[in-house]
Design a protein around this ligand. Structure first.
Ligand SMILES: [Zn+2]
Length: 304
């Protein structure tokens, strides 16, 4: 049974307090990684080891970053990136935006989807991980937000960025460097893993599939697709990940239509066919995926 499913906040906070020791350990393990930069193209650099992947575009007199890594590595990212003028956040998670405070203090303009900015002003309770995230400092919240798509130019490079609705969260965006043929995908592509679907912010597996389709439309066979975590991908690798995701969805919907709830699916080991192919905790995945499916049950054609 999953203790994290307790819907009562007080109970939840009590179990959270009990779990902090283990959480503290994993955080310090993270902080030991050393950020490193490698070239994606002439103008674009990938910074790894700073939480989630960071992509840096060198321009005249400064740098534009897509995401800026976690708080623990913000100074390292700043050193590697130089004079950061602009940071575009792909979504609100701390692995991607924890460095916002430092970047803003260094003079950077912060940009995100409007929902990403809104989540940063809220306390976020992630029940499936027993974590509570306090609202972000005011300077860490992007001042420039948008709803659908935007275009910009930086250092002579045209940039298009746009919303992929209700996928991993409700504020996921891609950032497309068209001339350099690099597409930053954020956390909507999580290859080799059971995806983290933040159901309470609107994330669900159907939105993840749609986000993959958006990326596939924008990419060609030479596009470098950069996920929030893990190595750079090709279009065919994103297609392969969509195919797996589709099979996962079919499996869950089949069981949902048999009347199963999340706990039934966990007990039935609904993800056993994907073991070895997809890492991650199947119980947490089923719990979050189920919540998201239930929110979209009409689109699935009902239950009975
Ligand atoms: Zn994320």
């Amino acid at each position: 049974m999953l203790a994290v499913m307790n819907p009562h906040r007080r109970e939840f906070l009590r179990s959270l307090a009990a779990g902090t020791a283990a959480f503290g350990l994993s955080r310090s393990a993270f902080a030991d990684a050393t950020p490193a930069a490698s070239k994606l193209t002439d103008k674009l650099t990938l910074i790894t080891g700073a939480g989630n992947n960071v992509v840096a575009l060198a321009g005249d007199g400064g740098t534009l970053l897509v995401d800026c890594g976690d708080a623990a590595h913000a100074q390292d990212v700043l050193k590697l990136a130089g004079n950061v003028k602009t940071v575009i956040n792909t979504h609100f998670h701390l692995e991607s935006t924890g460095g916002n405070d430092v970047m803003a203090k260094a003079g950077a303009k912060l940009v995100s989807h409007v929902n990403t900015g809104l989540w940063m002003t809220q306390e976020v309770i992630r029940d499936f991980e027993k974590k509570v995230f306090p609202p972000r400092a005011k300077e860490a919240v992007p001042a420039e937000t948008f709803y659908t798509t935007e275009k910009a130019t930086f250092g002579g490079e045209p940039i298009e960025y746009g919303l992929m609705p209700m996928a991993h969260t409700d504020g996921d965006i891609y950032v497309h460097f068209q001339k350099s043929n690099v597409l930053v995908a954020g956390d909507v592509v999580q290859p080799g893993r059971l995806p983290m679907l933040e159901w309470f912010t609107g994330g669900w597996i159907g939105g993840m599939q749609e986000a993959h389709r958006t990326l596939l439309r924008l990419a060609d066979d030479n596009t470098k697709i950069v996920p929030a975590s893990g190595p750079v991908l090709t279009k065919s690798e994103v297609q392969a990940n969509l195919d797996v995701l589709t099979k996962v969805r079919e499996q869950l919907v089949k069981l949902l239509k048999q009347g199963m709830g999340a706990q039934n699916m966990i007990d039935a080991k609904a993800m056993k066919d994907f073991e070895g192919q997809l890492s991650g905790d199947p119980e947490v995945f089923i719990y979050t995926a189920y919540r998201g499916l239930w929110a979209h049950v009409r689109e699935l054609g009902g239950i009975v």
